[in-house]
Design a protein around this ligand. Sequence first.
Ligand SMILES: C[S@@+](CC[C@H](N)C(=O)[O-])C[C@H]1O[C@@H](n2cnc3c(N)ncnc32)[C@H](O)[C@@H]1O
Length: 280
Amino acid sequence: MSDSGHLEANRANWDERVAGHLVGYDTDGFVADAARISTVVRDDLALMAGHLPNGSVRGLSLAHLQCHIGTDTLSFARLGARVTGVDFSGAAIAAARSLTERAGLDASFVQSTVEEAPSAVREQFDVVYTSIGVLGWLPDLGAWARSIRRLLKPGGLFYVRDGHPMLWTMDDETDDDLVVRYPYFATGEPLRVDEATSYIGSAVLSNTVTYEWPHSLSEILGALLNEGLLIEAYGEQDTLPWKALPFMIETDPGGPQDGNWVLPRGRERMPMTFSIAARG
Ligand SMILES: C[S@@+](CC[C@H](N)C(=O)[O-])C[C@H]1O[C@@H](n2cnc3c(N)ncnc32)[C@H](O)[C@@H]1O
């Protein structure tokens, strides 16, 4: 299958997930509670703060790549940033625009692939942000890093947090232990994944086949360094904002650190996510 065939299969799958995610991401609760910030943005802000003026995004322009239905993007709007979300799914962008209206917020959403985002958006930003479930959908991290460099103002902050490349190698069907099943290094070919449900909500999908690319840490860091970005911080975390492996346990259900899962005691042998803060 061609690259565009992979992209169209992935887009059909993401378009179809949107209706279920509007419920799964509790968008009604997001609208009803004007103070609500997503768990992901809450945790990212803590990691980004040391790289932001006064530790805050207030007053800054922020581009969010692969923004999905906009709950994270709009969380940054609630924190005072001027936000632009980008996603290749027309259904996700329509949902994000409607959520913006329902929440009475100000934000702009653009339908575009990551690769084409600089020409679709035609603006440079103080912050370029992307997180959680993003890199595996991209075949070419060189093109990803080029877009980031072009979207960033000189001196601007790029921030990413995503599933750790080692996490994506794990067998997510065995309840036994941490078992390496998938490749760590890029193979040139995507993995073909066939799943009838999404990671949240109970909707059953008809566009079940997706194509996902493994990227090693050296490939991720190398792509950013190649574009001249200056890496200010690299982190690894032991929590994950979804239950990726059957034996993971929720950290603090209903508490101030809710929305995260960890490996159970005795099996906490690997990182769950990584984060990078880099300067344009
Ligand atoms: C797991 S979601 C990111 C989710 C975000 N962390 C959230 O929870 O709202 C991945 C997003 O990437 C988008 N996507 C996948 N491939 C893309 C591409 N090549 N260009 C732009 N967006 C893409 C999908 O439409 C989807 O909204």
